[in-house]
Design a protein around this ligand. Structure first.
Ligand code: 13P
Length: 253
């Protein structure tokens, strides 16, 4: 069975002290991860080692970075390389979040390079895709997402693409409280899997975890995750509250 994943994306939130309490509070709550389930915390760079230390010894629980640079090393002031992240034990990086595409001009081509450098360093990219409201209103979301996948991922081999986690996040549902219905999530995520199957075959497509993101919370996680092509979630706001995110972890199938 492919992995079922509850991933927290803290974005640019919390002080160091607040981040410490959030992890402590969450770890004190009851959760049990089966062998095919994972919890991942994508936290700001300055907190990676602190969170990693707190998660030490926990099974199937990982810390992740929210971004990385396309280059290996060098004169790129302010950037963080995948090699640096690997050297502190990070194993997952969120790539191409819609906020990075929108505010930092990350294109499908740049994201293809980021995916490559992640995989070269044995890092799992959590590759984000998803359409803006105007595209959804025109009912063109399938073609929009297909293009994102094609331009950033389809240069990968069948072996390599199975190391990528995909997160479908409709931009109109991020931070808006407006969640896609579980049927809307299922429909497009089935479409994504179908596209992957067309490109790489069904066995490969069935091995790839596809997460849903956009206003996932404790009260809707179980319903959304119960859909056959939804393999967990990438969670923003609700991941900043220990009880909420713990319930989300416990909603994985
Ligand atoms: P919200 O859960 O706050 O809508 O954010 C979703 C998201 O962008 C996760 O990456």
């Amino acid at each position: 069975m492919r992995k079922q994943i509850a991933a927290a994306n803290w974005k640019m939130n919390l002080t160091y002290q607040q981040a410490e309490s959030l992890v402590d509070n969450l770890l004190a709550l009851p959760h049990q991860l089966a062998a095919h389930q994972e919890a991942i915390f994508a936290v700001p760079f300055p907190y990676l080692t602190m969170v990693a230390d707190k998660l030490k010894g926990k099974q199937n629980v990982y810390v992740a970075a929210q971004n990385c640079y396309t280059k290996k090393s060098g004169a790129f002031t302010g950037e963080t390389s995948v090699e640096m992240l690997a050297s502190i034990g990070v194993k997952h990086i969120v790539i191409g979040h819609s906020e990075r595409r929108e505010y930092f001009n990350e294109t499908n081509e740049i994201l293809a390079q980021k995916v490559d450098i992640c995989l070269e360093n044995n890092m799992t990219p959590i590759f984000c895709c998803g359409e803006p409201l105007s595209v959804r209103e025109a009912n063109e979301q399938d073609a929009f997402v297909a293009k994102q996948l094609k331009e950033s991922l389809y240069h990968l081999s069948a072996d390599a693409i199975q190391k990528v986690v995909i997160a479908y996040e409709p931009i109109w549902a991020i931070g808006t409280g407006k969640t896609a219905t579980s049927q809307q999530a299922q429909d497009i995520q089935a479409f994504i899997r179908q596209q992957l199957a067309g490109q790489y075959g069904e066995t490969v497509a069935n091995n790839i975890s596809i997460l849903y993101g956009g206003s996932v919370k404790a009260s809707n996680a179980k319903e959304i995750f119960s859909q056959p092509d939804v393999d967990g979630g990438l969670v923003g706001g609700a991941a900043l509250i220990a009880e909420e995110f713990n319930t989300i972890i416990n909603s994985l199938k």
